[in-house]
Design a protein around this ligand. Structure first.
Ligand code: ZN
Length: 133
């Protein structure tokens, strides 16, 4: 498995507008618009930062994973995403190492990326996303 870089930090917000007031208005990051991923019940907004990005995540439904996360832990950093060169190979390698996965196979994320989450139980509490673009 080859980790290429930190692709983005996923941050759970109650509203994208509220998030924009800090990330865009205060820090001056470039807002590149929103995208809704219906199957994840989430609207995302990306703000490039050098080689990486900040990804704001707003739930589109009360039973979505981001809504549940905020209910349990409050708004804030939700996951860290690493870009890999080959996500299928990375998942096979992790399975062989006995790492518990949320996604056994990649699914479609924002921006047409292939993504997969590792279970926080296997990572000392950090929700880790792998992504390939
Ligand atoms: Zn993400």
């Amino acid at each position: 498995m080859k980790i290429l870089k930190i692709d983005h930090l996923g941050i759970a917000v109650n509203s994208i507008e509220e998030g924009q007031r800090f990330w865009q208005d205060v820090l001056g990051l470039n807002f590149e618009g929103t995208e809704t991923v219906a199957e994840q019940k989430v609207t995302t907004a990306f703000f490039p930062v050098g080689e990486s990005e900040v990804e704001l995540l707003m739930s589109t439904a009360p039973d979505g994973p981001v809504a549940k996360y905020i209910e349990k832990k409050g708004a804030g950093i939700q996951h860290v995403a690493f870009r890999v060169d080959n996500i299928e190979a990375a998942l096979e390698e992790l399975k062989a190492k006995g790492i518990q996965l949320i996604d056994q196979t990649p699914r479609k994320g924002a921006g047409g990326a292939k993504i997969a989450f590792l279970h926080p139980k296997a990572t000392n509490g950090v929700l880790v996303e792998l992504c390939e673009r």
